[in-house]
Each structure stands twice: as structure tokens, then as C-alpha cells.
Design a protein around this ligand. Structure first.
Ligand SMILES: Nc1ncnc2c1ncn2[C@@H]1O[C@H](COP(=O)(O)OP(=O)(O)O)[C@@H](O)[C@H]1O
Ligand SMILES: [Mg+2]
Length: 339
């Protein structure tokens, strides 16, 4: 197949996207596909660009990206449609996180250009990116979620309705960027201000103590549940991307009934947002084994050691096959023909 990997993005998760793209490109080329790589900021990558950009390690903190934004805008409005590597691809493999790449804007542009891309589509991507809207849809579909308020929120309301501590987070971000565990009223304002640096919409969410589990969905089938044991209290940016900073167990050592329930809820969450192709749904499991869904990721991390690839491996699907399957599930969900 002629595959274009679209990566980069003008977001704090740019380095994470490159790390995934490098491995997807290697896996797909290893399977004999013809693959080129396009950055939504700088355009088509030359072999030299690929070597320098795709091989750099993910730092301990997200990179600064403000100056990249304008260039991505130009690429999406005018650049992509002019690249034969994009228009002539049989499928575009999207490997970006947050921002326009995960939030539906890129998907809408590709719907207009008319090239199939690895799903979800524009609407589903936008819904999943918005933690406030996705939680409302999860709740309506019977998927339990932690209670939350949108900022501004009065400390008294936290005390009465949520209890301390709370997690303050930007609504449309990822990789735990801009997130704070707030233990008391005095710290609330600063946490909201920090989250606002990443999104005007900010959530204050009930903190769920206990364990962290994640369920991948591939082609409408839930994969084995994984448990994440981060070295920090939260699964933060450093724990996510520094080797050795979190332990990940696939399949999780859980009671069978509980694991099955998590898989069913993951599928329900995936369907509630009309996601397509594949996704990864994150949960907290309270000490009483009550399940709370945090979010669904339409473009989960895709290095070989990322959570979804680990879940696939636990189901007997090795990384190159996973990448191919994701390509086969691609479509043009926004087009009249469907995908
Ligand atoms: N309500 C919560 N209770 C406990 N931990 C949370 C809560 N919300 C977030 N976290 C912690 O922060 C991490 C990132 O939160 P998440 O909502 O998944 O946002 P992101 O899109 O940045 O991954 C979670 O994996 C979890 O460790
Ligand atoms: Mg998450």
C-alpha cells in the first residue's frame, strides 16, 4: 500500500507524535509498504529530516510550540492538498496528539481532500478531545465518570459536591499536560490558571484514589485490560514518557468479571462517542473496585511500548500487524460514501 504517515502537530505532544511515527514508519516499511512522512508543520519530510526528527528522544517536559501554530494553519489550509504524497496515498496514518490533529480539524480537512485516513472521523475526534462533552455522553450511555465542574468553580462547591482533593485539567489536552492535583481551596486558583494556559475550558474533577487501568479497542473488539502503576501519584507526563517511571501490566491481574466489565464499558464509551477503527479508554478503579471512566483517546500513543500496542500484543497482535490492521480500518467517515 501507498501510505502517508501524518505526524508532528503544533502541540505540546509533538515529540510524542514523532516517537510514535518513527516506529509506525519502520513497521510498515518492514511489511513492504511504501511510506512517506508528512509533518503538519513543516510538510513532507526528506530522509534526512526523518532521521533527525523521528529519532530524537521525548524529553522530560513538553516542548514549546507557540511559533509552530501559524505554520500548521498554513499547511492545513493550503499545503496538504497540494502534496501528491497526501492526495495520492491509499491511506493516511494519523500519528499526532492533541490540537488540530487529534481534535477533528485535520480529519475534516482530509474529508474535504477526500483521502482515507485512520479513523476516528472529525466529529468523533472532536467529542473525544473534549473531556466535558465526552463525560456527558459517557454518563448518558451508562459509563460511570467522576463528578466534575467546569471552571470557574467556587471552592465551596468543591467542598460540598466533589470533596478534596480535585484534579484540575484542561478540557482538550492530553499527556497529563497542564494538570494539577489540588488538595485545598487555596491552591485552586493557581491550578485553574495553569490549565488555562492550554485550554480556555478547564475541569475540576473529583479525585478517584485507587488504581489506573486502560482498555484498547480495535475494530469494535476490546483488547485485554492493562494496569498502569506510575511512580508518581498521577500518571503524569514524566511517568508517561520516561522509561522505568511506570510499570505496565498486560493483561492486568484482575478478577475476570471485573476485567470483562471494564471491556464492556470501554466498548460502550467507544460507541457513545461514535469512535471508529481503534481507541484507548482510560479508567480509574477505586479501592472498592468502582469503575470511573476518565477519557477516550482516538489517537493513543503508538510507540511499540505504548499502552495500546502492549494491549494488542497481549491479544497476540504484534506491532507491525497492529499498524496494518489500523490501516485496513481506515475510511473517510465524513464523506457521503462513509468509510
Ligand atoms: N479524576 C481523577 N482521579 C484520579 N486520577 C486522575 C483523575 N483525572 C486524571 N487523573 C490522573 O491523570 C492522568 C491523566 O488524566 P486524563 O484525564 O487521562 O488526561 P490526559 O488526556 O492528559 O491523559 C490519568 O491517567 C490519571 O493518572
Ligand atoms: Mg489519559
Amino acid at each position: 500500500m501507498r501510505i502517508g504517515v501524518i505526524t508532528g502537530g503544533a502541540t505540546a505532544e509533538r515529540a510524542v507524535a514523532f516517537a510514535g511515527a518513527a516506529q509506525i514508519v519502520e513497521a510498515l516499511r518492514g511489511r513492504g509498504h511504501s511510506v512517506c512522512v508528512v509533518d503538519t508543520v513543516t510538510g513532507l519530510l526528506s530522509p534526512a529530516d526523518e532521521r533527525s526528527l523521528l529519532t530524537s528522544a521525548v524529553g522530560r517536559e513538553p516542548p514549546a510550540v507557540a511559533e509552530l501554530d501559524e505554520r500548521e494553519r498554513a499547511m492545513l489550509s493550503n499545503g496538504l492538498a497540494r502534496l501528491p504524497e497526501v492526495t495520492g496515498a491509499e491511506v493516511l496514518f494519523l500519528c499526532l496528539h492533541a490540537g488540530r490533529g487529534e481534535g477533528g480539524t485535520l480529519q475534516a480537512v482530509l474529508d474535504v481532500i477526500g483521502v482515507p485516513y485512520t479513523r476516528s472521523g472529525a466529529l468523533a475526534s472532536a467529542l473525544a478531545m473534549d473531556k466535558d462533552l465526552s463525560k456527558r455522553l459517557f454518563r448518558a450511555a451508562g459509563v460511570p465518570v467522576p463528578a466534575w465542574f467546569m471552571a470557574p468553580v467556587a471552592p465551596e462547591d468543591v467542598t460540598t459536591a466533589l470533596g478534596w482533593p480535585v484534579i484540575v485539567k484542561p478540557s482538550r489536552m492530553g499527556s497529563s499536560v497542564g494538570m494539577t492535583l489540588v488538595r485545598n481551596a487555596e491552591a485552586l486558583e493557581a491550578a485553574v490558571a495553569l490549565a488555562r494556559r492550554y485550554d480556555v475550558e478547564v475541569l475540576a474533577e473529583q479525585f478517584i484514589p485507587g488504581r489506573e487501568v486502560t482498555v484498547g479497542v480495535l475494530g469494535d473488539v476490546p483488547l485485554p485490560v492493562g494496569e498502569i502503576i506510575p511512580k508518581h501519584e498521577l500518571f503524569d507526563y514524566e511517568c508517561k514518557y520516561t522509561p522505568g517511571m511506570s510499570e505496565e501490566i498486560f493483561p492486568a491481574r484482575l478478577d475476570t468479571a471485573l476485567a470483562r466489565q471494564l471491556q464492556e464499558l470501554a466498548l460502550a464509551a467507544h460507541r457513545a462517542l461514535k469512535l471508529g477503527g481503534y481507541s484507548r479508554v482510560d479508567f480509574r478503579l477505586s479501592p472498592e473496585d468502582d469503575i470511573f471512566c476518565l477519557e477516550a483517546n482516538t489517537l493513543p500513543g503508538m510507540t511499540r511500548t505504548s499502552l495500546l500496542p502492549q494491549a494488542a500484543r497481549a491479544a497476540g497482535i504484534e506491532f507491525p500487524e497492529l499498524c496494518e490492521r489500523i490501516c485496513r480500518l481506515a475510511g473517510n467517515p465524513g464523506s457521503a460514501r462513509g468509510g
